[in-house]
Ligand binder design. Sequence first.
Ligand code: ADP
Ligand code: ZN
Length: 598
Amino acid sequence: MSPETVLQQVFGYSQFRGEQAAVIEAVCAGRSGLVIMPTGGGKSLCYQVPALLREGVAVVVSPLIALMQDQVAALQANGVRAACLNSSLSAAEQLHVEQAVEQGELDLLYCAPERLLQERCLNLLHGSRIALFAIDEAHCVSQWGHDFRPEYRDLARLVELFPAVPRLALTATADEPTRQEIRERLGLTDAPQFIGGFDRPNIRYRIAEKNQGRQQILSFIREHPGQAGIVYCLSRAGTDALAAWLNEQGVRALPYHAGLSSESRSFNQSRFLREDGLVMVATVAFGMGIDKPDIRFVAHLDMPASIEAYYQETGRAGRDGAPAEALMLYGLQDMVRRRQMLEGGEASEERRLLERRKLDALLGLCEVTSCRRQTLLRYFGDELPQPCGNCDTCLEPPQTFDGTVAAQKALSAVYRTGQRFGVAHLIDVLRGESTAKVQQFGHERLPTFGCGEEYSKTQWSAIFRQLVAMGLLSVDIAGFGGLRLGPDARAVLRGERALWLREPPRRRERRGSRIDRQQLVDAADENLFERLRLWRKDTADELGKPPYVIFHDATLAAIAALKPDSLEALGAVSGVGAKKLDTWGEEILAVLAAHSEA
Ligand code: ADP
Ligand code: ZN
């Protein structure tokens, strides 16, 4: 069989995406490689297809035991002989899997790294034929990354133990030091690297100033009724509080963070995977390896750590290729907090410099007035020739104004008050408010006092934020977040440099930015789509599996649009492979028939 035939018959897809074909060809020819593709880019097929074409069992190393079961279920639904070995199995189940491996009855074996490297497992593999090793989430070998897992380091042993077996390392993390470390650790220094395009055109990016964070998140969620989404928060306490508040507002939301017991974490996670339309409110502890394909939105109540983190977290939306939306809120307070976290840690000076640059790049993305996607992709070394037309700055181009004078006033307020006050006080000075603090320091006698009445508090805080983002002001971390002049501030104060700023925000009507399920179903028959989803939910519940293991939303929408009237026509729909056609084809046709009679 050819790779294309496997793709069509087993997975029901008509063609390979991006680098998939090249990777598969290399692995089938027995070569190793490093695959870098964004989340949702289609990494799994890169090893699943060769697993079916090469002799022996493909061993997939994955760090997330809780999710292996679902991955295996999804493969089995396609008729693939897959199993997993991990600590959640009983002794009898484990024995059963081991026998299947020995007898050459498995195509794919999912394994946690610590399990794989146990003598028992290594002996089992030495006695069997191995098609390939796939090392998923390969950035876990890197101690730079936030997902470092010590067990991953020991995977280096595979290089000596199984020198003839191809190794495929896969990750969505893009930065060069991490790539380098993966290559070294996993013996891939001479192996080819496959980099998929980073663009995720179906995700709409929006970045907005935070003014009433919770309310903003709530109205964003309400733009996506009945859809599944994730809201990221910085702290555990913030996560709990937001989840509770959302429930009071009638949104079904669950919390997830490292402070919860492992039972409640896995309970909430499995509810999120299995039930429709739940919102997961989480810290970054949540998400790695979650391959729920129909997450329709990701929101950040607090600014993420870097563009990489933002990209990875937002990338969890819309893996099925249907429209999805990402909203990030940010404010001056977020910048201060992130800076504090960065300076307060125990990292080396070199490391800190790197982190500072990463934070600056993120702030640049927040303040950019041109296409967000172009900025985002440029950061990863990808060029998008045209503005995307699917981000907030493309849909509603921000107005800019000559902010030189405003900036001079703000900078001079900082300078004249001695470079030690925070934004709230500086704005009081500019707007001429005689607060107790102003009187205490005699600030009403400054020439700057009351010189900025033309802007509101909100407008001033937007101006200050942009000055911080541009490095004209820096946040004094040790001194409780007071602002000081940055090195380039003098040129602005002396009038040697003109500054264009984003128009201070006014309440504007949002237009053209609403994505609803209408777009997903689009040409499809909405009622029929609903019927199919109900059928899927029942079927999934009966099997005790998440609904998407049966069919993705995108596949159901295509069925609802095309209304195939025979098994053959149904089999031609993207996402319907031979096994699924065989298992559920008749039932689907029955749902379609019942619908057309009704
Ligand atoms: P990743 O592991 O890179 O995050 P996945 O392997 O989970 O991404 O793939 C993301 C989604 O894209 C899955 O729903 C998968 O079924 C789908 N997909 C992958 N490759 C193709 C393809 N060639 N054609 C259609 N859909 C695909
Ligand atoms: Zn754009």
